[in-house]
Write a protein that binds this ligand. Structure first.
Ligand SMILES: *Cc1c(COP(=O)(O)O)cnc(C)c1O
Length: 384
């Protein structure tokens, strides 16, 4: 990335911070030992691993032993769902229609193994009403899984309330907090969660490392079988460099969160107001619901989002059309469709997500560019 490029796709992934790289380098070179080895090399690696576990536990408000490192958010989501179904037997899983594919496609897999999956729809703002979800809970429900913040719209879900509903019935509660962790406080007791998924690369850490919080006493089948790693629940020699980097990234996010997020929120609000003033026929998806401070999801009437994305790319600006996982595909976002957008508006959606390195000058450049791009595509559509 050169300095003229503008990266506004932080919900897809984030740049690695230099402080994180420095820690990782140490565990890739000097302290390269296997954390299970009994000699000094092993002890050094083990110390880095356990320090990271403490940093994660501090950030999540839990005990270090409740943090289990994984290969990322997707694995944590898979483990939470499959591992719960394995010990509680096939039954009903209540989740939402706007979850990440790491949850939705795992649910589909569990359906093939005899589970029944209930997908609760959000309201038009992309917010899941706890009362609507409560009506779907029954005595066969083995798990409730609801994301903390939606990755496409940034809408924050009422997980604390949903957690109480689940707890009252003795149903374990999983929260996919991959998108919120590092952006807003994620404290396991406040979420009322028994299982929480997080991922390093969404908060300026490395790709391919994440964690699953498992509340002490929660029944969950082991994920991989082999050595006794991660409390005997997730076997495999630990990715010490990645995990140490994750720990540092979580620590940085925690200390800087408040200050940084209010700056990002001001930038996001300026971007939103600037675009709404400059372009007509734009709606903000998720408006009126509590949202992450960094995310802006828009639908632009009369324009295909892929066309806008590519035009922005030619100008050196990276944005997203819906979720990164469906990029390249023609399918409109399942999140926006579940919110009740028609296919045309859903197909004209753009996501701007700000983060570390975002500046006011970048925001002004986007506000300046968008009207011309939209006019060009609308003229083309009108003339055809
Ligand atoms: C990115 C993301 C995931 C997947 O995490 P990976 O570490 O990329 O596997 C899961 N859930 C949500 C909400 C996400 O934003």
């Amino acid at each position: 990335m050169n300095s003229a490029q503008i990266y506004l796709d932080h919900n897809a992934t984030t740049p690695l911070r230099p402080e994180v790289l420095a820690v990782m380098q140490r565990y890739l070179t000097e302290d390269f030992g296997n954390a299970s080895s009994l000699h000094a090399f092993g002890h050094a690696a083990r110390a880095g691993l356990e320090d990271a576990r403490v940093f994660l536990a501090d950030a999540l408000g839990c005990a270090p032993a409740e943090v289990h490192f994984t290969s990322g958010g997707t694995e944590a989501d898979n483990w939470a769902l499959v591992g719960s179904a394995a010990v509680r037997g096939p039954g009903r899983i209540v989740t939402t229609a706007i979850e990440h594919h790491a949850v939705l496609h795992t649910c589909r897999h569990l359906e093939s193994l005899g589970c029944e999956v209930c997908l609760v729809r959000p309201d038009r703002r992309g917010w899941v009403d706890p009362g609507v979800l409560e009506a779907r809970l029954d005595e066969h429900t083995i798990l409730v899984s609801v994301m903390h913040a939606n990755n496409e719209t940034g809408v924050l879900q009422p997980v604390a309330e949903i957690g109480q509903l689940a707890r009252r019935r003795g149903i374990p509660f999983h929260v996919d907090a991959v998108q919120s962790f590092g952006k807003v406080p994620v404290q396991v007791d406040q979420l009322g969660a028994d299982l929480v998924s997080v991922s390093a690369h969404k908060l300026n850490g490395p790709k391919g490392v994440g964690a699953l919080y498992v509340r002490a006493g929660t029944r969950l089948a082991p994920w991989t079988h082999g050595g006794g790693h991660e409390g005997g629940r997730r076997a495999g020699t630990e990715n010490t460099a990645g995990i140490a980097g994750f720990g540092r990234a979580a620590q940085l996010a925690q200390t800087e969160q408040q200050g940084r997020q209010s700056v990002l929120e001001a930038l996001r609000n300026r971007l939103e107001a600037g675009i709404l003033a400059a372009v007509d026929g734009v709606q903000v998806n998720g408006q009126g619901a509590p949202r992450l401070p960094n995310t802006l999801n828009l639908s632009v009437a009369g324009v295909q989002s892929e066309a806008l994305l590519l035009a922005f790319d030619l100008e050196g600006v990276a944005v997203s059309s819906g979720s990164a996982c469906s990029a390249g595909g023609e399918a409109p976002s399942h999140v926006l469709l579940a919110m009740g957008l028609d296919r045309r508006l859903a197909g004209g959606s753009l996501r701007f997500s700000l983060g570390w390195g975002s500046t006011a000058a970048q925001v002004e450049r986007v506000i300046c560019l968008l009207p011309g791009l939209v006019r060009r595509f609308r003229d083309l559509a009108g003339g055809a």
